[in-house]
Design a protein around this ligand. Structure first.
Ligand SMILES: C[S@@+](CC[C@H](N)C(=O)[O-])C[C@H]1O[C@@H](n2cnc3c(N)ncnc32)[C@H](O)[C@@H]1O
Length: 211
């Protein structure tokens, strides 16, 4: 990893080392908002799901119950370590990678997924180069007929999270960056109330890749 990558990883590792889950500003005990969008994606035991920047999210525990294959990503080795110890599930694969960098660099590009799920990760990528790499990674990975769920701070949302600036999203910007091969299925403005009782407006949008 480059110096920049190492400092980003260190930032997140420090957070996951210092705090319990319920002390994290994005912690969700109840993942039903995300799960309600995923109901439209026909997840089965033969599906492969990509969890971008999964952190230590309880969503992963819910998705294990579907028997799908999970590829669990994060820039933080600490988060992946904590999650793998908690899950203790041999079916999960872990991918330690900064999604602002191309999968070409140091990772076998050969995998494909049925559903790409991102809650509160994409919005931490700030430069055009990082954002472009993220969407290239997504497009090289999601199968035709597969789905993408993006849940990011909306334009009405906070400007910072976890001590970092964020790039806020509209449904339109998501669509433009995904391109015409992705069709919007459903979207919703959703205000998440975090463990500190602060309101965090998100935009949730589910897209389907055309056949
Ligand atoms: C706000 S937390 C959200 C965690 C989880 N998705 C959830 O909803 O609980 C952001 C997560 O993204 C990870 N992350 C931040 N930048 C990343 C990057 N460039 N590539 C991969 N993961 C990243 C962090 O380590 C952290 O786990």
């Amino acid at each position: 990893m480059s110096d920049t990558n190492e400092s980003k990883q260190a930032h997140w590792d420090t957070i996951f080392s210092a705090k319990q889950d319920a002390e994290l500003g994005w912690f969700e005990d109840d993942c039903s908002q995300t799960l309600s969008f995923l109901k439209n994606t026909a997840i089965s035991a033969s599906s492969t799901l990509f969890l971008a920047g999964a952190g230590t999210s309880k969503l992963v525990d819910e998705l294990i119950n579907t028997d799908a294959n999970l590829i669990i990503n994060d820039i933080s080795a600490k988060a992946l370590e904590q999650l793998s110890q908690r899950l203790n599930n041999t079916k999960c694969q872990y991918l330690h990678h900064d999604l602002g960098h191309s999968f070409d660099k140091g990772f076998d590009k050969g995998f494909t997924v049925d559903v790409w799920i991102d809650r509160a990760v994409l919005h931490f990528l700030l430069t055009e180069k990082q954002i472009t790499h993220y969407f290239e990674n997504l497009k090289s990975t999601v199968k035709c007929g597969g789905y993408v769920l993006l849940a990011e701070f909306s334009n009405a949302g906070a400007t910072h999270c976890a001590g970092l600036a964020v790039h806020r999203y509209s449904e339109n910007e998501m669509q433009v960056r995904l391109g015409d091969n992705f069709e919007l299925i459903n979207s919703k403005q959703y205000t998440f109330v975090n463990p500190f009782k602060q309101e965090r407006p998100y935009i949730y949008a589910l897209f389907k890749r055309r056949q």
